[in-house]
Design a protein around this ligand. Sequence first.
Ligand SMILES: Nc1ncnc2c1ncn2[C@@H]1O[C@H](COP(=O)(O)OP(=O)(O)O)[C@@H](O)[C@H]1O
Ligand SMILES: [Mg+2]
Length: 274
Amino acid sequence: MYFDFYGLRENPFNVTSDPDFLYLSTSHKEALNHLLYGVDNRKGFIEVTGEVGSGKTTLCKALMHRLGDNVEISLVFNSSLPDTQLLEAVCDDFGIKPERRAKVAFIKALNSFLLEQLRNNRNCVLIVDEAQNLKPSTLETMRMLSNLETNKEKLIQIILVGQPQLRDKLNLPSMLQLRQRISVRFHLTPLEKNEILPYVRHRLGVAGSEGDITFSPEALEMISSYSKGIPRLVNLVCDKSLLFGFVRETKFIDGDLVDQSIKEIEGSYPLVMA
Ligand SMILES: Nc1ncnc2c1ncn2[C@@H]1O[C@H](COP(=O)(O)OP(=O)(O)O)[C@@H](O)[C@H]1O
Ligand SMILES: [Mg+2]
């Protein structure tokens, strides 16, 4: 609603995971490189962890855009599915139609599909988002999938993406076999303090801003300390601050506006009674 006032085409601080807005912070760039390396070199299991709102889903989507045409991708968001349904979702993504709707049939069909892809010089990637919710039985199925290999190569690269609890889950003694198969690991860290301004500018730019929206040093300091560099929180505060700026008819976001925004987000903004 404030877009016209600021000359923006769209909301710059939406909290959806839109990869078009990706800002390559040091950590996001490294994460993406690890993922691309792991997939290209058929590393089998890859683990990515990060706090809520740190950009994991955005990263997965950005990865999908960057993988070449010779890669088949399945992206599973609903990681709490029972394993047969999860396998069904993966088959569906790959366009595989198994003979029967049963676990063995899914695995058999997946195996022949993966072998065929290898013969055609193609790679296959399974990305599981919110993987900290995977049930032990589903994790075991993942391990079985990663067992599908030729003498030389992994047929499928499995990327487990999740909150830090994922690591705890994989550290359980019963997960030893799976854990030993993880060859690439990365923890996505929040934005550094000096990355907040470029991040904010980047998102404004993608949304169409011509650079006339400015943030005072005090405003940036407050955004940084409130968000601790978590992009999702930066977005929430910036969105509110632009809204309050619009109400005040200014394109200069100062500490006052940010303070109001944080108070509103925290639910402590004093309501003005009519
Ligand atoms: N590197 C980044 N560049 C641009 N926006 C980002 C970045 N990281 C996170 N965001 C934004 O922060 C919000 C939360 O990101 P998301 O990927 O949903 O986090 P997670 O999946 O880790 O909870 C989204 O609006 C997303 O677009
Ligand atoms: Mg997510």
